[in-house]
Design a protein around this ligand. Structure first.
Ligand SMILES: Cc1ncc(COP(=O)(O)OP(=O)(O)O)c(N)n1
Ligand code: TZP
Ligand code: MG
Length: 210
């Protein structure tokens, strides 16, 4: 059964999750209530990427969460999971045609409602705006203001994801303004233990409880 796209959207980071931390930290994030997980790995090691994404797909299935692969349509198709595409990553319409109606496919819209409208027309399941705050992971991403979320809410008939510098302190304002999901890397995974990741994930998830 399809679950609504609402809640914590965790994104992996190859540096933060190096040294054997990928699976235990992701398992902890899922135990804490992560609803969507994105596998974001920019390396060219296709075999490792397939192994890791396959292991994450199993973990997600165990926790009733959905896996999204960043950038890589072929890997998403091979595993039968979702996909996130940026503006330079290929066509959302082609991804929809390849992955089918049931797949979760998201598109980066930076701070632009016109990009979001186009993403919806091309078949996106959700639209992602941001970065909203200073981002440790992607400091150069185009900046968006939280007010954009209110405008998007009024115009875009798809779940809205907010990304970029999202922390336990900044997330509530984004959710209040209309974000259905917050996508988080650093504030979730830059942690000294899996137990701390689980505690943070639970706190993010709790923000959506009302
Ligand atoms: C949920 C979510 N939103 C935005 C992005 C950024 O995608 P993109 O602009 O393609 O940049 P990279 O992540 O590929 O560096 C994302 N990955 N996830
Ligand atoms: C991939 C991406 N796109 C816009 S900001 C960002 C990084 C988000 O990471 P963090 O939560 O560490 O700011
Ligand atoms: Mg991309």
């Amino acid at each position: 059964m399809n679950k609504p796209l609402r809640g914590l959207y965790a994104i992996t980071d190859s540096q933060l999750l190096a040294g054997g931390r990928l699976l235990p930290y992701v398992a902890a994030a899922l135990a804490g209530g992560t609803r969507l997980l994105q596998y974001r790995d920019k390396s060219a090691d296709a075999a490792r990427r397939l192994d890791e994404a396959g292991a994450l797909a199993e973990l997600c299935a165990r926790h009733g969460a959905a896996l999204i692969v960043n950038d890589d349509l072929e890997l998403a198709a091979r595993l039968g999971v979702g996909l996130h595409l940026g503006q330079e990553d290929g066509s959302l319409a082609a991804a929809r045609a390849r992955l089918g109606e049931a797949a979760i496919i998201g598109g980066t819209c930076h701070a632009r409602l016109d990009l979001a409208e186009r993403a919806v027309a091309e078949g996106a399941s959700y639209v992602a705006f941001g970065r909203f705050f200073n981002s440790n992971t992607k400091p150069g991403a185009p900046a968006a203001t939280p007010e954009l979320l209110e405008q998007a809410r009024a115009r875009i008939a798809r779940p809205i994801v907010a990304i970029g510098g999202v922390t336990l302190e900044t997330a509530p304002g984004l959710i209040r303004r209309g974000a259905d999901m917050v996508a988080v890397i650093h504030a979730l995974f830059a942690a000294d233990s899996a137990a701390e990741v689980e505690r943070r994930a639970r706190a993010f998830a709790q923000l959506f409880a009302t």
